[in-house]
Design a protein around this ligand. Structure first.
Ligand code: ZN
Ligand code: ZN
Length: 233
């Protein structure tokens, strides 16, 4: 009954407040089919470990200095243009309905290039930040994605125990890494032996994903792959 009422309400909302493309304004969806084709894909050369775009096919200078715990990070798009605008609406303007179209884009990438994973986990927010925002955008993405690709979602196992200051944009990779050190914890046995697909909206240096991977592996996860919608170039 609740679900039916929910659908009825959603249908009514769509009817009263039609959805428009964030880029071209055409009616029908937040990212229309023609704008979808113009989204800035993250193309090679990309570091296969940390997912960083490389200038040439060089060795990644970041990975040369650090040994990441995470098995690999992959992002679908460059964090710019329509992708940037959509993430901003999704994250800060309460446009939760974007979870579906954005997760669909990530699911498309995962189906085209599968990763060796058996469970989906979202990068968690600290409970204080969750209270402030009302929702965790990465959890919404992960929830939709898990249904789209048919992988179980585990919520509440990985938690953020330290609310480090919001990652300053100008902060270098070392500083960001220091900021998230010990910020995550995983204390139950649910991750034991699992091959985790870790979901976040945007990856900047990979420091957050790697800190999550450390906690997941300390809790027994066999492997952790990070997959994000976008990557800061
Ligand atoms: Zn459009
Ligand atoms: Zn790298």
């Amino acid at each position: 009954m609740g679900a039916q009422l929910g659908r009825l309400r959603d249908g009514l909302v769509d009817f009263l407040f039609p959805v428009h493309c964030l880029a071209c304004g055409s009616e029908g969806s937040y990212i229309c089919r023609s704008c979808r084709r113009t989204l800035p894909r993250l193309l090679p050369p990309v570091c296969l470990k940390c997912g960083r775009p490389l200038i040439r096919d060089d060795r990644c200078s970041v990975c040369a200095r650090w040994k990441l715990e995470i098995d690999g990070i992959r992002s679908v798009f460059v964090f710019q243009g329509l992708v940037r605008r959509a993430v901003h609406q999704f994250k800060y303007n309460n446009l939760r309905a974007l979870a579906f179209p954005l997760a669909d884009l990530v699911a498309g990438d995962l189906k085209a290039r599968p990763l060796p994973v058996d469970v989906v986990v979202a990068v968690p927010l600290h409970r204080r930040r969750l209270r402030g925002r009302g929702y965790n955008q990465s959890a919404l993405l992960a929830r939709e994605l898990s249904q789209m690709v048919g992988l179980p979602l585990v919520e509440g196992s990985l938690v953020r125990v330290k609310d480090s200051p919001a990652q300053v944009k100008a902060a270098g990779a070392d500083e960001r890494r220091e900021n998230v050190r010990g910020a995550f914890s995983c204390r139950d046995g649910q991750m034991s032996g699992r091959h985790v697909l870790l979901i976040d909206d945007v990856c900047t240096t990979g420091a957050t994903l790697d800190a999550c991977a450390m906690a997941l592996k300390a809790a027994g996860a066999s492997s952790v792959w990070g997959l994000t919608l976008a990557r800061e170039a």
